[in-house]
Write a protein that binds this ligand. Structure first.
Ligand SMILES: O=C(O)CCC(=O)C(=O)O
Ligand SMILES: [Fe+2]
Length: 168
């Protein structure tokens, strides 16, 4: 029998404080009902994606949309906006979208790492150790709840929540 997965309160404190807990969400796309999932970056720290064999996920790479080949059992790890914010652009969130395929309905399982599922009054800004004269702060500090609210009020494809916090 598979062991029970650790519960969020069992995660190491350092991981919980930075990346938060995860939310699992199944995303299904039926080609008869939709053309896909609009382009966006994820408003979290990391997203781990399990896909099926249908495919459809594309990432923007050097100005071109590139298909992510669906590999059975492979996990796709996307960097989210909050990791870009705290790493002051050392790690960049990936723009992605999903196209519905005529070959059939598609199911993916996304695990979003963020802290907005728990009450927190922590302000997120640049990791202090990364700040130097050549690498100054690029974004205003933010509460995760404000960041996520901004993401949802901008809508997919709108002005990203991250760019609204950009200092220069
Ligand atoms: O279904 C996928 O492969 C990606 C879904 C996604 O980008 C999201 O839920 O943020
Ligand atoms: Fe996404």
């Amino acid at each position: 029998m598979a062991p029970n997965p650790p519960q969020p309160e069992e995660y190491p404190e350092s991981l919980r404080a930075y990346l938060g807990v995860s939310l699992l969400s199944a995303v299904s796309l039926d080609p008869d009902r939709t053309i896909g999932h609009a382009k966006h970056t994820d408003p979290d720290f990391l997203t781990v994606l399990l896909q099926d064999h249908i495919g459809g996920l594309q990432v923007l790479h050097q100005g071109h949309w590139v298909d992510v080949t669906p590999l059975r059992g492979a996990l796709v790890v996307n960097i989210g906006d909050l990791l870009q914010l705290i790493s002051i652009d050392k790690l960049k969130s990936v723009e992605h979208k999903v196209l519905a395929k005529s070959t059939g309905p598609r199911i993916s399982v996304a695990c979003f790492f963020s802290t907005h599922f728990q009450e927190s009054d922590k302000l997120y800004g640049p990791i202090k150790e990364l700040l130097t004269d050549d690498s100054p702060a690029l974004y205003k500090e933010t509460f995760i709840k404000d960041f996520v609210n901004c993401f949802y009020s901008s809508g997919l494809g709108g002005i990203s929540a991250l760019s609204q916090l950009r200092l220069c």
